[in-house]
Design a protein around this ligand. Structure first.
Ligand code: COS
Length: 380
């Protein structure tokens, strides 16, 4: 598996793992369940070097690298999910600017995001537009040298803590009534309003925005009018594989904990790892994890090579890795028995944390739709 990665990527992987165990794990213990991004976590991530692969070198990053984004998420997600969410949101909110920003926008925003001085978010989902992105109802209307945005954006991760974001809104024209456009928005703009702090099954900074006459300068239009749908899809193409990487990290933590527990727990006069019913579960986890790792790394390598099949592979990796991780964590609880369902147990926490990954950035069913569309469209 490691032979898929370059020496430099392996060194980055080791760096991420050391950061996760030596710096992040103690901070996770101290901060516990959080539904915002406290300053300590901001500083810790800013100093970690993990934002680097999200941004080109010219704008303060270490060079865009899907492989390294995945390695970073794999290393930290099983240790502290809120840190992983913050890293992911910096990608979801930053990558549209990398892709479609003009020089002024890139210079203004990207170095601060790369340095972790500002946190960003990605405002796509709405109450009536989740899987069906084209059903977005939030609208932008031109008004002098501004656009005025009205509407609601639901399930916006890091929405409470974010200093800025990228929002996707309808900008209908006679020829394209469903055209979407993207804008860079900033906290403090008149009309930026967090209406509802949503509580999820696992702790998470996630909100619903109500944009009430949000006034956005025209220079904050990101890419062309009508270019929003493709920009959102291209961003998800990169980030979905990294959801798979996060799931992989969570599954690995669950397997490691299960191995430790099965070795030490004694029942019927022997370690439970000696029972096939238990050891086979560990074997099945290892198979699931290795397959997920292959798919995630393959998708990321394709992305970094600008292979047109990267979008298909990203959906395959996300689908398999999140489903496999859910199976692994469920089995990990089974191995732990009663101790697995005690509130605060690592596998209990992972069980709550993994579940949303099968939903967000496109449900498993949406990934199947995308995969099937690719297959059907492929020339014979
Ligand atoms: N990259 C570039 N362009 C893309 C693209 C991609 N990955 N996917 C689609 N497009 C283009 C298509 O080529 C098509 O272009 P033309 O109009 O020029 O032909 C256009 O976008 C519309 O594509 P399509 O007809 O496939 O759009 P649909 O409305 O059927 O939606 C899905 C497609 C379902 C794939 C999309 O809505 C989706 O990804 N939904 C899930 C959204 C999601 O992940 N939500 C979670 C929110 S983030 S937490």
């Amino acid at each position: 598996m490691h032979s898929l990665l370059s020496q430099e990527d392996l060194a980055f992987k080791a760096h991420c793992e050391a950061f996760a165990s030596q710096t992040l794990a103690p901070l996770a213990k101290k901060l516990g369940d959080i539904n915002d991004v406290p300053q300590e976590l901001r500083t810790c991530l800013a100093e970690s070097g993990l934002y680097g692969p999200l941004f080109p070198e010219a704008y303060g990053g270490t060079g865009l690298s899907a492989v390294r984004i995945c390695l970073a998420r794999e290393a930290i997600a099983g240790v502290y999910a809120p840190a992983d969410t913050t890293l992911a949101m910096q990608g979801l909110g930053g990558y549209p600017i990398v892709l479609a920003g003009n020089e002024d926008q890139k210079k203004k925003y990207l170095p601060k995001l790369a340095a972790g001085q500002r946190l960003t978010t990605f405002c796509l989902t709405e109450p009536e537009a989740g899987s069906d992105v084209s059903a977005i109802q939030t609208r932008a209307v031109a008004d002098g040298d501004h656009f005025v945005i009205n509407g609601r954006k639901r399930f916006i991760s890091n929405g409470f803590s974010a200093d800025m974001g990228v929002v996707f809104v309808k900008t209908p024209t006679a020829e394209k009534p469903n055209a979407l456009s993207a804008f860079i928005i900033e906290k403090g703009m008149p009309g930026w309003n967090v209406d509802w702090r949503i509580e999820l099954m696992a702790s998470h900074d996630i909100v619903e925005f109500e944009f009430n006459n949000l006034r956005v300068p025209k220079e904050n239009l990101l890419g062309p009018v009508g270019g929003g749908f493709k920009l959102a899809m291209q961003t998800l193409d990169l980030m979905r594989m990294s959801v798979g990487a996060a799931a992989l990290g969570m599954a690995r933590t669950a397997m490691e904990r299960s191995i430790q527990y099965a070795r030490k727990r004694v029942q019927f006069g022997q370690q439970i790892s000696k029972f096939q019913g238990v050891s086979f579960k560990l074997a099945e986890m290892a198979v699931d994890i290795e397959a997920a790792q292959c798919l995630v790394y393959l998708a990321a390598i394709k992305k970094d090579r600008s292979d047109p099949a990267a979008s298909l592979s990203s959906s395959i990796a996300k689908l398999h890795a999140t489903e496999a991780a859910f199976r692994c964590i469920d089995q990990a609880i089974q191995v732990h028995g009663g101790m697995g369902v005690v509130k605060g147990a690592v596998v209990e926490r992972l069980y709550r944390e993994i579940r949303p990954l099968r939903v967000y950035e496109g449900t498993t069913e949406i990934q199947k739709l995308i995969i099937a569309n690719h297959l059907i469209k492929q020339p014979k």
